[in-house]
Design a protein around this ligand. Structure first.
Ligand code: ATP
Length: 647
């Protein structure tokens, strides 16, 4: 299959309104690739999700939007056609999309009539080695990868050269359009998120007649789980290939996938997430609704979540390879980072461990008093004393534990960490029977003890539950001390049980004393189904003057010439910002309420109107989260619905 055929599928998907139709079209495309050459399939899936590799590999493309006009201008110049950079920039400002710009230029310059000396870019890997002059997607990706790795001196010029070369290999406006969207916008803008791509990939491996006759719910959920446990499309394609070859019944295939796609040390597992609770009574109510009797009430430490992977401890001791530490973002922490240095010293002692995946929280501590310090200290000080509090063990000595109940994983965690130096500890925890008469009293006591120990609150976990990678479940509840008993009485909205993590997508200039800086920001949540950002409020308080100055200086680099297509915002004149920003940061925002709004659009596809926050305040920058890890539209809708049902 040629890259231009893949981009033709992107065009068809872009014109579709329903997610089901997009999945069907993508599945058809993936099936064709699979039938011709499955080696190209993982790469096609990465491209569909606007990535070049799994996120932990850290491959990143970056062109500032203004700097792309000269690239387009030069790419066409060499084909004896020329177009003025300013004209390109103007066209971009009026459309917000370099993809559309290139399509329009293609027609205007009549590029189809040109003789293109290069042959079509193919995604058939065999072609790369056999047919002369064909460039497979593998090669195509290599060039893109080369592009993404360009850092340091001269990198801007090199990047520009590679982008020009790639553009000149395009033979259709569609190829150029989607290539450009990948390069500049890092978003194909076809409304396909990761979830959609995973479902399409799953369906591509089903026999045609299965798709028409059944709704393969169990199968689809096992593929989604497989990807969350081992987020690599190379591995997922391998597992799907093997299981569909070995089994014919769809249920057997689903079981086979879950057996095979277990965690692998070295590939980060998507983290299990907690559901926010607003009161201890709420915790008891939710746990009994899920028929949970025993729950572990763990201190909730205020630090950085880390996943530690050791592939083979003997090898690591001998040649120093095979220890990977991943951040909350699933990014690999470099070996010269303070977390890595501290953990590699301490982990060297594990006596009963050969291979392991551990999860826990890295916390800053005062070297003298041993008191826990707030997360911010960890962020700013290079050589602070630290302690790692381990709370889960997902893999031990060549065995996955992900399907095992929490009490068993906890036993393994305790046995693997029973002899380690003092800077690795187990989390403080008390098991409470949620059905007992004094459950509330006991919970109150543990929460108070956690707060007295300078922790944020509690994580309450059902002890019989497996680890649900990438999921936010009602059997892992979080409660923060400073959110207790602060619920304002309200009739027109709901009280939020937790802070939100939102993306500043636009800014308004300050007034009066703040005239030299940006004074408020349009905030958005993320919608992973469509790969879009949906507005949810405007934050202008909670900042110190110094913070506003620092933020204003930093975002100068993020200012876009126009609003990107993946931002969904109201057209009301009262919310139009002064500048649009690229989606770069995540900020923790504390808000009082979530209400239906005509100014904001979060969750509008699910509810009759969008949701907006009331009285939002800036709390801090969340360096440990990517914009795609921000609070999602679904989460906001769920919070809104749960609270309105409860009231
Ligand atoms: P979420 O992880 O739910 O998206 P978040 O990253 O914004 O939320 P919080 O809302 O503060 O963080 O709560 C969950 C986080 O608490 C976990 O991701 C983890 O980093 C931290 N944490 C601290 N102690 C524990 C513990 N004992 N068990 C699980 N997580 C803990």
């Amino acid at each position: 299959m040629l890259f231009r055929d893949l981009t033709a599928a992107f065009r068809r998907i872009q014109a579709m309104n329903s997610r089901d139709d997009s999945i069907a079209e993508l599945a058809l495309t993936y099936r064709k690739i699979r039938n011709s050459n499955s080696n190209a399939l993982p790469r096609a899936v990465y491209l569909t999700t606007s990535q070049l590799a799994p996120s932990h590999i850290g491959v990143e493309l970056r062109f500032r939007d203004k700097s792309f006009a000269p690239v387009i201008s030069e790419a066409f110049q060499t084909q004896n056609k020329s177009i003025d950079q300013n004209e390109i920039l103007e066209l971009y400002k009026s459309t917000g999309d370099y993809g559309t710009v290139i399509e329009e230029l293609w027609t205007k310059l009549d590029l189809n009539s040109l003789e293109n000396p290069t042959s079509a870019m193919s995604i058939d890997v065999v072609f790369e080695y056999t047919a002369l002059n064909s460039i497979s997607i593998l090669r195509f990706n290599r060039e893109l990868e080369a592009l993404s790795k360009q850092v340091g001196k001269g990198s801007t010029a090199r990047k520009k050269d590679i982008a020009i070369k790639l553009l000149q290999q395009c033979q259709t406006p569609e190829e150029a359009k989607f290539l450009v969207r990948l390069l500049v916008h890092q978003n194909l803008r076809i409304g396909v998120g990761l979830k959609t791509a995973v479902s399409a990939l799953a369906i591509a491996f089903l026999p045609n007649d299965e798709i028409d006759n059944i709704k393969p719910t169990k199968y689809l959920s096992s593929v989604t789980t497989a990807y969350s446990q081992r987020p690599s499309f190379e591995d997922l394609v391998d597992v799907l290939q093997t299981c569909t070859k070995q089994h014919s019944s769809i249920n057997d295939i689903a079981d086979c996938i879950l057996r095979k796609a277990t965690p692998k040390p070295g590939t980060p597992i998507q983290t299990m997430l907690g559901y926010p609770s607003s009161s201890l009574n709420d915790i008891i109510k939710r746990m009994s609704k899920q028929q949970v009797s025993n729950a572990a009430c763990e201190y909730k430490y205020d630090g950085a979540r880390l996943q530690i992977h050791i592939e083979d401890i003997t090898k690591w001791r001998a040649i120093g390879v095979g220890l990977s530490i991943f951040s909350r973002n699933m990014e690999k922490i470099p070996s010269d980072h303070k977390y890595y240095r501290m953990l590699s010293n301490s982990l060297d002692f594990l006596p009963h461990v050969n291979s392991v995946i551990l999860e826990g929280e890295m916390v800053a501590i005062d070297a003298v008093s041993q008191k826990l310090l707030p997360f911010q200290v960890l962020q700013v000080k290079e050589e602070e004393s630290m302690c790692f509090f381990a709370f889960d063990c997902l893999y031990l000595n060549n065995q996955s534990l992900i399907q095992e109940p929490f009490h068993l994983r906890r036993e393994k965690l305790h046995s693997s960490l029973n002899v380690v130096p003092g800077d690795i500890k187990l989390v403080e925890s008390v098991d409470i029977n949620m059905e007992s008469e004094n459950a509330l009293e006991l919970l109150e006591a543990v929460l108070q003890a956690a707060i007295d120990a300078d922790c944020e609150g509690l994580m309450v976990k059902s002890i019989g539950e497996r680890y649900s990678a990438g999921a936010r479940t009602h059997t892992w509840l979080k409660i923060k001390g400073d959110y207790l008993n602060t619920s304002p009485e309200t009739s027109s909205g709901i009280f939020l049980p937790d802070t939100l993590d939102l993306v500043p997508i636009a800014a308004y200039r300050g007034k009066g004393r703040r005239a030299n800086v940006f004074g408020s920001f349009l905030m958005a949540c993320f919608n992973p189904s469509t790969n879009t950002f949906e507005t949810v409020g405007n934050v202008g308080s909670g900042f110190t003057d110094d913070q506003l100055e620092a933020i204003s200086a930093e975002i100068n680099d993020q200012i876009l010439s126009t609003k990107p297509l993946e931002y969904v915002a109201s057209e009301l004149p009262s919310v139009q910002p002064d500048v649009w920003l690229s989606p770069t940061n995540v900020w923790e925002i504390r808000a009082a309420q979530l209400t239906l709004s005509s100014k904001y659009v979060a969750g509008h596809k699910i509810l009759s109107k969008g949701l907006g926050v009331r009285f939002p305040r800036f709390v801090r920058i969340r360096d440990d989260k990517n914009p795609t890890g921000a609070t999602t539209a679904d989460q906001l809708v769920e919070m809104y619905r749960t609270a309105t049902e409860d009231s």
